[in-house]
Design a protein around this ligand. Structure first.
Ligand SMILES: Cc1cc2nc3c(=O)[nH]c(=O)nc-3n(C[C@H](O)[C@H](O)[C@H](O)COP(=O)(O)O)c2cc1C
Length: 133
């Protein structure tokens, strides 16, 4: 498993992570659960009509935090919109529950890829493990 696969597997195992964005000088955070590794890139999914999408459009720098199995992950990075149909279909196949809310052609479903980032795995007992991509 490469390092980005490890990040995606951790988010999958945690099931819920928290995504922080900014709105002007105000941090905003909410629960998220979508994660997909596709073509070597890590994606998350949202709806273009959401405030979170507007916030990422004006400032694509985000941070994610997840906790699972005694370890926590912080992933800071920058997101970019990807409108390719294939990646939307792959997301819907991985998490079929999304099909009740989104489809690849609804003009709302949004896939956001990390163009770069820094991931840190931490625990109370081990030294932090950090890598950038
Ligand atoms: C467990 C859980 C997982 C969620 N996963 C996602 C997700 O992956 N993508 C998404 O757009 N919304 C997801 N949501 C819903 C968002 O948290 C919700 O729409 C939130 O209000 C969006 O942020 P905003 O109000 O700043 O736009 C999830 C909610 C919960 C409770």
């Amino acid at each position: 498993m490469n390092k980005l696969e490890k990040v995606c597997a951790f988010l999958d195992a945690a099931k819920t992570y928290y995504l922080a964005t900014t709105e002007g000088d105000q941090p905003r955070v909410r629960p998220f659960g979508t994660a997909l590794l596709y073509d070597g890139k890590l994606y998350i999914q949202t709806g273009k009509i959401k405030n979170v999408s507007r916030q990422i459009a004006s400032n694509p720098k985000v941070e994610i935090c997840a906790f699972q199995g005694g370890k926590w992950l912080r992933l800071a990075g920058e997101l970019a919109n990807d409108d390719s149909r294939e990646v939307k279909e792959a997301m819907l196949e991985k998490m079929p529950g999304l099909k009740g809310m989104y489809s690849a052609d609804d003009g709302n479903m949004q896939m956001l890829a990390f163009v770069h980032g820094t991931a840190t795995f931490s625990s109370f007992t081990e030294a932090p493990e950090t890598f950038s991509f």
